[in-house]
Design a protein around this ligand. Structure first.
Ligand SMILES: Nc1nc2c(c(=O)[nH]1)N[C@H]1C(S)=C(S)[C@@H](COP(=O)(O)O)O[C@H]1N2
Ligand SMILES: [Mo]
Length: 238
């Protein structure tokens, strides 16, 4: 099995980002390609190019009215600890197979087009909550990064050690937001401030809080996500 150097570099880079570099010796083998083949077959219909997704946004799912918000129903669900992030010095870094790597401050992020949505958050542990999220569309960040046409997956690294990977179509969905607002107020620290993923199309565990790094890649790595690597489903669509 032959791997081009750039893929190896990207993989190493992500493992460093994840603080998982000690696993890199193990993971630079053939496991990734095997998994890639399995996933590629399972999710054939979503195998759209990033260019097509930029030109033709997917249809939004129906939203709730603001009066439907359930202010107390969103249960804080944090696997380990709550990181303290100084939003004045915070940067969202975007790297990978792109021609315009980004390092965005919260001021940069607030200047990008704002979107609000009121949707249902569904946790796999058996609870749900109607929540309003405000922020910017992930697709706008991806477009700004000038992605290589072959990218198909997006990795998210969080400040608490959490990590996630999404298919490109779900990441480009118009209701997949990097949110900095919850129920009309600035995003609370417990819910992922300064920046978290929010989307009505995936289960709660896909929606990383405290996101610091985004990595756009062509192939899924053997490391897929904090819960997925313990047996939870990867696609986790709603
Ligand atoms: N960084 C990070 N993101 C995370 C989690 C986490 O533990 N760490 N938990 C996930 C789970 S299982 C759910 S249901 C939601 C919960 O979001 P909330 O704590 O804002 O209600 O966050 C998701 N994102
Ligand atoms: Mo969850």
């Amino acid at each position: 099995m032959i791997e081009v150097p750039s893929q190896v570099l990207l993989r190493r880079r992500f493992l460093q980002l994840s603080g998982l570099s000690s696993l890199s010796l193990l993971l630079n083998g053939c496991g990734g390609r095997f998994f890639e083949e399995v996933v590629g077959k399972t999710f054939e219909p979503l195998n759209q190019s990033v260019e097509a997704l930029l030109l033709n946004p997917q249809k939004p799912v129906p939203e709730f009215s603001r009066s439907a918000i359930e202010p107390d129903a969103l249960i804080v669900n944090t696997f380990d600890f709550t990181p303290e992030i100084d939003s004045a010095t915070f940067r969202l870094n975007v790297n990978g197979k792109i021609s315009n790597p980004l390092s965005l401050s919260m001021a940069d992020i607030h200047q990008m087009p704002y979107t609000s949505m009121t949707i249902r958050h569904v946790c796999v542990e058996g609870w749900a909550a109607i929540v309003q999220w405000g922020g910017l569309r992930l697709r706008d960040i991806i477009a700004l990064a000038k992605p290589n046409p072959n990218i198909r997956y997006v990795y998210f690294k969080s400040a608490d050690g959490y990590y996630e990977s999404w298919d490109i179509a779900s990441a480009m969905h118009p209701q997949t937001l990097m949110a900095y607002e919850k129920n009309g107020a600035p995003l609370p620290v417990d819910n992922g401030a300064p920046l978290r993923l929010a989307a009505p199309i995936k289960l709660g565990y896909k929606q990383s809080k405290w996101v610091t790094d985004i990595l756009l890649v062509e192939n899924l790595l053997p490391i897929k996500g904090y819960w997925e690597d313990q047996g939870y489903e990867w696609f986790a669509g709603l």
